[in-house]
Design a protein around this ligand. Structure first.
Ligand code: FE2
Ligand code: FE2
Length: 303
């Protein structure tokens, strides 16, 4: 296949061409520091909340995000929440921890994607929504939680950001075709660029030596049955991703509608419930639907 683009026509690229372009894509410092941040805050209990408040106060963008979040989640409060301590009280440590992880990643990502014409705000809602819902899926199937599931959900579509930065013309053409909503995004990506966002994201994360869990989530989030040792988290990400798309919360860039039958038939369920426990599955689904209803409110406050 020829690599030289004829004017006005884009050619798909081979692996070597993709990799050399990918090498120019800057690393995201937030992703490398995330494990450290996780460790530091992981065991923080309520008694540390004064310390946490102090850390938050030093970061103006985190502060405003936090206050926006608490005021939109608790929108019925007679007086809006204005102080960090109050916000910490209302949201609890878990949400604060998640927010401290999310904010730098999103800001890094936003710097990368400034130039491209794409509904990025809706895309952040998709990414954060997937992170929140991945946690809910893990809870519903009683899988152990350690916050890494949250990060996995957040970065599952990192390949789209990398694609927008490294291959802006291909990315724009893919978005144009995706808007027709007649074909799946990955099919269009392979046709136009020569690689889909899942593989591209995984190559990028590998290049920057990020944890295996993130790499596998990026690579296999459409095929969690192939994810090996991290299959439970990756399957939870797949379910979260499909539920958000079927409920049209945020925008992943994949405009092909997802039906509830497709959500039910996802391979992720087989990974999470290998023995086809019907009753447990439907209980898990019912609790997920309650979470889905709350989600748009939370996302409005966050992004
Ligand atoms: Fe995806
Ligand atoms: Fe997604």
């Amino acid at each position: 296949m020829t690599q030289s683009a004829t004017p006005g026509k884009l050619n798909p690229l081979n692996l070597k061409a993709i990799e050399s372009q990918l090498a120019l894509c800057p690393s995201l410092p937030s992703l490398s520091s995330i494990n450290k941040a996780l460790q530091g805050l992981l065991h923080a209990e309520q008694r540390y909340s004064a310390q946490i408040s102090e850390i938050i106060r030093r970061d103006p963008s985190l502060t405003s995000r936090l206050l926006r979040l608490v005021n939109s989640v608790y929108y019925g409060l007679s007086t809006p929440v204005n102080s960090i301590e109050e916000a910490v009280f209302y949201l609890g440590m878990r949400q604060i921890r998640q927010l401290t992880m999310v904010t730098p990643i999103i800001e890094d990502f936003q710097r990368l994607t400034r130039q491209c014409n794409f509904p990025w705000r809706d895309f952040w809602q998709h990414s954060i929504g997937t992170a929140i819902l991945t946690r809910e899926v893990m809870t519903a199937v009683q899988a152990p939680l350690d916050d890494s599931d949250y990060v996995a959900g957040l970065v599952h579509d990192v390949g789209k950001i990398v694609m927008a930065w490294s291959f802006p013309d291909h990315f724009a053409e893919i978005h144009r075709l995706a808007l027709e909503a007649t074909r799946d995004l990955t099919e269009i990506e392979i046709e136009v660029l020569g690689m889909d966002h899942a593989e591209l994201g995984a190559l990028y994360l590998e290049r920057h030596r990020l944890p295996e869990l993130m790499i596998r989530t990026a690579r296999f989030h459409h095929h969690p049955e192939k994810a090996g040792e991290h299959a439970t988290i990756v399957a939870s990400v797949q379910i979260a991703d499909l539920l958000l798309r079927s409920e049209k919360i945020g925008c992943s860039g994949n405009y092909l509608p997802v039906t509830s039958e497709q959500c039910l038939a996802a391979d992720g369920w087989k990974v999470l419930f290998p023995d086809a426990q019907e009753e447990e599955q439907s209980m898990a689904r019912a609790s997920l639907h309650r979470s889905l209803e709350r989600l748009p409110h939370i996302l409005e406050g966050l992004v």
